[in-house]
Design a protein around this ligand. Structure first.
Ligand code: HEC
Ligand code: HEC
Length: 268
């Protein structure tokens, strides 16, 4: 009986330890695969390169999940896309990505395709310099977003700032500008494709200038590696270590004590 209590405790503690690890997983795996395998030709924003690589954003063909899975698996050449003939080929990924990865990235491509009105490749967002300090103030809410959107810090963590909403809301934005590319990041927040971002910003759009300033801040904030999650994790590990130590100590000390009592009894 005595032993079941610490064991249950340990078990709970292990579950607690695993929870943040699960939360830390990249929520949108499709974006990761896209950025690794597709962005170099189709662009982080899916707008492609005029005359060389077709756009996926706003491309009605790319809204067809089965077609995308087929093209990614088997490759494509010689197709006229939105009135443009491409001399480059679409390489086959059937032997480079697993079937699950192809499904996941295709789902993302469908999202991407639906994310914009039929866009000509020339509408790539012009990206100015942006001011990191202005962006930092927008991130923390020290300055208000001009159209009344909620400050990013409510849901996201970045650099030295922990999200206000607790774990499990938005992703950590460290490295996101490098990951998406600057114009990819800007279109991701001015024309969001993920539901929570649409909910916040559809009626309160972020302006391009604000997005550019946020990009400048987030690009610089990335160098700060101390994140709230890893500190939380350290505390959890410490607490569990402490419990385990007490448990072990109790068992180890109990042993000899019992033996000593037995010895006293038997000599009597
Ligand atoms: C090396 C450059 C390159 C890479 C990498 C690449 N593509 Fe392509 N993709 C192309 C080209 C070129 C075409 C057009 C081929 C044609 O016109 O026949 C194309 C066509 C497509 C199409 C068909 C669009 C249509 O309208 O029919 C889809 C969908 C697509 N790519 C998705 C992807 C996805 C998803 C990835 C990543 C897994 C990817 N591509 C990676 C070059 C690339
Ligand atoms: C109400 C909560 C909330 C607010 C406020 C918010 N976000 Fe988000 N954001 C989210 C959630 C949730 C996601 C989805 C991430 C995920 O998949 O876990 C997200 C996703 C993102 C993404 C990735 C989008 C994509 O297409 O992959 C970016 C970039 C982003 N947010 C930037 C921002 C910036 C910059 C701000 C401030 C201007 C902001 N967010 C404000 C909740 C929020």
């Amino acid at each position: 009986m005595k032993r079941t209590i610490p064991l249950a405790f340990l078990f709970t503690a292990i579950l607690v330890l695993m929870a943040p690890a699960a939360l830390a997983q990249t929520p949108d795996e499709g974006v990761d695969i896209y950025n690794q395998s597709c962005a170099r030709c189709h662009g982080a924003d899916g707008l492609g390169v005029p005359g060389k690589y077709p756009p996926l954003t706003g491309n009605p063909d790319a809204a067809d999940h089965d077609l995308v899975v087929d093209v990614v698996t088997n490759g494509l050449s010689g197709k006229v896309i939105m009135g443009v003939a491409y001399t480059n080929e679409m390489p086959a990924f059937g032997n480079r990505l697993t079937p699950e990865e192809i499904q996941t990235v295709s789902t993302y491509v469908v999202e991407l395709s639906l994310s914009g009105p039929s866009t000509a490749p020339t509408t790539t967002v012009p990206v100015g310099e942006g001011t990191a300090l202005v962006g930092e103030n927008l991130f923390t809410g020290s300055s208000l977003l001009s159209n009344g959107g909620v400050a990013c810090i409510a849901c996201h963590q970045s650099g030295q700032y922990d999200r206000l909403g607790g774990p499990g809301l938005g992703i950590n934005l460290d490295g996101i500008v490098q990951n998406y590319g600057k114009s990819g990041f800007i279109s991701a927040i001015t024309d969001p494709v993920v539901a929570p971002m649409i909910a916040v910003f559809a009626d309160h759009p972020i302006t391009e200038q604000e997005a550019t300033d946020l990009a400048a801040y987030l690009e610089a904030a990335t160098s700060d590696t101390t994140s709230g999650t890893s500190v939380d994790l350290l505390i959890v590990v410490g607490v569990i270590g402490f419990i385990v130590l007490i448990f072990i100590t109790a068992v180890v000390i109990k042993g000899p004590q019992n033996a000593y009592v037995e010895k006293l009894r038997s000599t009597r």
